[in-house]
Design a binder for this molecule. Sequence first.
Ligand code: IMP
Length: 505
Amino acid sequence: MNMAKIFGRIGDFEEMTIRPGWTTSETTYDKVDLSVRLAPKVRLTYPFIAAAMTSVVGETMALECARNGIMAVVPTQLPIDKAAGIVSGVKRQEVKRGDLEIVNEPEIINFKGTVGDAMATYERAGHSVIPICDRCSELKGLYCHREGIPADAMGVTLAEALENAGDSANPLAGVVKPFSMRSALAGTDYCIDGTAAPEVKERISGSRNRCMPIVDNGGVLRGLAFVYKHDGYAVAGAIHTYNWEERADALVKAGADVIFIDASQGTSDYQLETLRGFKKSYPDVPICAGNVVSGGALKSTSGGPEAVDVYKALTDAGADMIKIGMGSGMICLTTDNRGVGRKILRALHDLSNAREKSGTHVPLIADGGIGTVDPDYDKRAQIKRSMRHDTRSINLSLAFADAVMMGSYFNMFDEAPAPNEPIDGKRYNQSWGEGSFKAQSLARYGLREGVRRAHIEEGIYTLVPSIGRLKPGIERSALGVAMTLSNVGAHDLSEYRQMCMIERS
Ligand code: IMP
């Protein structure tokens, strides 16, 4: 079979391990390709998707995900005009691969600071090149961070820079080779404000960094120029399986790259009706069905219960992707309160089998309980003090799924719209499930949904540690995935799904 193999009984993520394969010089972690094509015009640099949750995706999160080669799904609970406004806002700012991107007010480091200050700025902001300026914004040097090593872009070798950096309390001035207008004029590591775009691009391609500082004639920093490396800005929007038409229309008109059906149970007649109705109106817009957890589901008919082939039913109705998971989310009370759901790895294995049998390839997206671990596990805890990011669950999911959708993972970043609060000197972000009473009171449910839901809480409200900006966070996770692909010996995610062998720990 052309899919990952599992040995032994399938359990939770912490019970399973990935068997290493054979690494070649072509599959070292820096060479593997983590990109995923979800639809003909939607390619993400990393297989990560921010969940359609009001505590996770707002304007800032949607834009930051798009800028960094991943995708956020705008939640259904937001009013239609707000949701469509977020999508059109992202698309308006879109930069295409190879375009010049100018950041006018980049993050800077003060020349009087220490190496430690610069490293802290890198950790917080995630930019691999940060200009060092004096109080008058005059450029003094560039602080670079390559493979965890602080360096100077203007002529000092990495080895020298590391030696100079020594103690993080050392002054930055001792690490960087000072920028001087005279020597810089002869060099290639900067551009004077007003330089034509093609020349800036040419200089960037000839420089060691993917970026170029722009200074005026007096050496004052005017901006940083980059050549954009991702495939445009991707953003998605979610719809319900009822009263979906107006929202779908607004999202499509706003430029949504994908529409996600947001239903806790995707095995229903409503799901098929929504898929067919949507595809009739928007045949070229990719739609993701879900959520489902099994390759087959029983349906009541006049002749008695009949088994439905879930993968076939959804794809025949027009699904371009299928989202998998029920009851496994960090903030999810569905299984606790109602007994319904399935272990995510088991569900992924089952759907992956169904896909394999079908001979077609519709991307599968794993959703719920991925990307975070909570060592002091208590689902209902009001503060998840020890929750942290985790790559193991991402890697195990990607053995079957083309991409992972994560909620709590993204909730921990500064870009999440949920309020942030300090407790005992540490910062926490508020976090709530879409089925929590908190989300229900925020949302503008239709009467039918409001009445049905108000009696059963299906998601928790909690606080999760606040861990800084998205960019360094997803780059760390991507590195973790890349290292696992390298262990398995796979060039890319598709080969990884074929080669992965999983067994009980
Ligand atoms: P997480 O990544 O573990 O936080 O799980 C995120 C996923 O949980 C979402 O993409 C939804 O599928 C699901 N979810 C979001 N809100 C709720 C809820 O209130 N109850 C149950 N599941 C939820």
